[in-house]
Write a protein that binds this ligand. Structure first.
Ligand SMILES: [Zn+2]
Length: 148
Protein backbone atom coordinates (compact mmCIF):
# COMPACT_ATOMS: atom_id res chain seq x y z
CA UNK A 1 0.00 0.00 0.00
CA UNK A 2 3.01 2.28 0.29
CA UNK A 3 2.94 3.19 -3.37
CA UNK A 4 -0.71 4.11 -3.28
CA UNK A 5 -0.16 6.30 -0.25
CA UNK A 6 2.72 8.07 -1.93
CA UNK A 7 0.73 8.60 -5.12
CA UNK A 8 -2.14 9.99 -3.09
CA UNK A 9 0.08 12.41 -1.27
CA UNK A 10 1.82 13.63 -4.38
CA UNK A 11 -1.34 14.06 -6.46
CA UNK A 12 -3.11 15.88 -3.66
CA UNK A 13 -0.04 17.97 -2.94
CA UNK A 14 0.28 18.73 -6.62
CA UNK A 15 -3.26 20.08 -6.67
CA UNK A 16 -2.70 21.83 -3.35
CA UNK A 17 -5.64 20.11 -1.70
CA UNK A 18 -6.00 18.01 1.43
CA UNK A 19 -7.73 14.64 1.49
CA UNK A 20 -11.45 15.21 1.17
CA UNK A 21 -13.35 15.23 4.44
CA UNK A 22 -16.90 14.08 4.05
CA UNK A 23 -19.57 15.59 6.21
CA UNK A 24 -21.90 13.17 7.88
CA UNK A 25 -24.62 12.01 5.53
CA UNK A 26 -23.04 13.85 2.65
CA UNK A 27 -24.17 12.70 -0.77
CA UNK A 28 -21.59 10.75 -2.77
CA UNK A 29 -20.21 12.76 -5.72
CA UNK A 30 -21.96 15.96 -4.78
CA UNK A 31 -20.76 19.28 -6.22
CA UNK A 32 -17.98 19.68 -3.65
CA UNK A 33 -16.56 16.26 -4.31
CA UNK A 34 -16.72 16.77 -8.07
CA UNK A 35 -14.91 20.10 -7.68
CA UNK A 36 -12.30 18.39 -5.51
CA UNK A 37 -11.56 15.78 -8.16
CA UNK A 38 -11.66 18.29 -10.98
CA UNK A 39 -8.93 20.24 -9.20
CA UNK A 40 -6.77 17.13 -8.77
CA UNK A 41 -7.26 15.99 -12.36
CA UNK A 42 -6.54 19.42 -13.78
CA UNK A 43 -3.35 19.79 -11.74
CA UNK A 44 -2.26 16.33 -12.82
CA UNK A 45 -3.01 17.11 -16.44
CA UNK A 46 -0.96 20.32 -16.27
CA UNK A 47 1.96 18.41 -14.78
CA UNK A 48 1.92 15.81 -17.56
CA UNK A 49 1.72 18.51 -20.24
CA UNK A 50 4.74 20.22 -18.66
CA UNK A 51 6.66 16.97 -18.47
CA UNK A 52 5.92 16.17 -22.09
CA UNK A 53 7.13 19.55 -23.30
CA UNK A 54 10.28 19.21 -21.19
CA UNK A 55 10.99 15.85 -22.83
CA UNK A 56 10.69 17.39 -26.28
CA UNK A 57 13.02 20.29 -25.55
CA UNK A 58 15.47 17.94 -23.84
CA UNK A 59 15.55 15.78 -26.96
CA UNK A 60 16.06 18.80 -29.16
CA UNK A 61 18.94 20.00 -26.97
CA UNK A 62 20.56 16.61 -27.00
CA UNK A 63 20.11 15.92 -30.67
CA UNK A 64 23.69 16.84 -31.35
CA UNK A 65 25.75 14.68 -33.66
CA UNK A 66 28.06 12.33 -31.87
CA UNK A 67 30.92 11.23 -34.11
CA UNK A 68 31.48 8.08 -32.05
CA UNK A 69 28.99 5.33 -33.01
CA UNK A 70 28.97 4.05 -29.42
CA UNK A 71 27.85 7.45 -28.17
CA UNK A 72 25.26 7.55 -30.89
CA UNK A 73 23.92 4.15 -29.88
CA UNK A 74 23.66 5.24 -26.26
CA UNK A 75 21.89 8.37 -27.32
CA UNK A 76 19.46 6.46 -29.51
CA UNK A 77 18.71 4.12 -26.65
CA UNK A 78 18.03 7.07 -24.38
CA UNK A 79 15.75 8.58 -26.97
CA UNK A 80 13.77 5.41 -27.41
CA UNK A 81 13.29 5.25 -23.64
CA UNK A 82 12.11 8.83 -23.66
CA UNK A 83 9.79 8.18 -26.55
CA UNK A 84 8.27 5.27 -24.69
CA UNK A 85 7.86 7.48 -21.64
CA UNK A 86 6.17 10.06 -23.85
CA UNK A 87 3.87 7.42 -25.23
CA UNK A 88 2.84 6.52 -21.69
CA UNK A 89 2.37 10.22 -20.89
CA UNK A 90 0.17 10.65 -23.93
CA UNK A 91 -2.00 7.70 -22.94
CA UNK A 92 -2.27 8.98 -19.39
CA UNK A 93 -3.13 12.44 -20.69
CA UNK A 94 -5.96 11.00 -22.79
CA UNK A 95 -7.19 9.05 -19.80
CA UNK A 96 -7.16 12.18 -17.63
CA UNK A 97 -8.98 14.12 -20.34
CA UNK A 98 -11.69 11.51 -20.69
CA UNK A 99 -12.03 11.39 -16.90
CA UNK A 100 -12.42 15.18 -16.83
CA UNK A 101 -15.24 14.79 -19.34
CA UNK A 102 -16.73 12.04 -17.23
CA UNK A 103 -16.86 14.50 -14.31
CA UNK A 104 -19.58 16.35 -16.21
CA UNK A 105 -21.70 13.24 -16.39
CA UNK A 106 -23.17 11.31 -13.49
CA UNK A 107 -20.90 8.34 -14.11
CA UNK A 108 -17.80 9.64 -12.37
CA UNK A 109 -16.95 7.78 -9.19
CA UNK A 110 -18.92 4.65 -10.01
CA UNK A 111 -17.51 1.31 -11.14
CA UNK A 112 -17.88 0.82 -14.89
CA UNK A 113 -18.33 -2.87 -14.39
CA UNK A 114 -20.68 -3.32 -11.41
CA UNK A 115 -21.86 0.22 -10.69
CA UNK A 116 -20.85 0.48 -7.03
CA UNK A 117 -19.23 3.61 -5.59
CA UNK A 118 -15.49 3.49 -6.22
CA UNK A 119 -14.90 5.54 -3.10
CA UNK A 120 -13.23 8.84 -2.39
CA UNK A 121 -9.99 7.44 -0.97
CA UNK A 122 -9.43 5.16 -3.95
CA UNK A 123 -10.21 7.98 -6.35
CA UNK A 124 -7.79 10.27 -4.57
CA UNK A 125 -5.08 7.66 -5.06
CA UNK A 126 -6.08 7.08 -8.68
CA UNK A 127 -8.53 9.68 -9.96
CA UNK A 128 -8.73 7.94 -13.33
CA UNK A 129 -9.93 4.66 -11.77
CA UNK A 130 -13.05 3.42 -13.47
CA UNK A 131 -13.37 0.13 -11.64
CA UNK A 132 -14.01 -0.54 -7.96
CA UNK A 133 -11.26 -2.35 -6.11
CA UNK A 134 -13.05 -5.73 -6.38
CA UNK A 135 -13.56 -5.52 -10.13
CA UNK A 136 -10.03 -4.21 -10.58
CA UNK A 137 -8.58 -7.12 -8.61
CA UNK A 138 -10.67 -9.56 -10.62
CA UNK A 139 -9.56 -7.96 -13.88
CA UNK A 140 -5.93 -8.24 -12.82
CA UNK A 141 -6.31 -11.90 -11.88
CA UNK A 142 -7.89 -12.57 -15.30
CA UNK A 143 -5.12 -10.67 -17.03
CA UNK A 144 -2.51 -12.77 -15.26
CA UNK A 145 -4.28 -15.99 -16.15
CA UNK A 146 -4.46 -14.92 -19.79
CA UNK A 147 -0.73 -14.32 -19.67
CA UNK A 148 -0.05 -18.03 -19.29
ZN1 LIG B 1 -17.03 -3.04 -9.54
Amino acid sequence: MTNTTKATLSLLALAGVSPYKEKKGEEYMNENQIAHFRKILEAWHTQIVDEASRTVSHMQDEAANFPDPADRATQEEEFSLELRARDRERKLMKKIESTLKKLDTEDFGYCDSCGVEIGIRRLEARPTADLCIDCKTLAEVREKQMGF
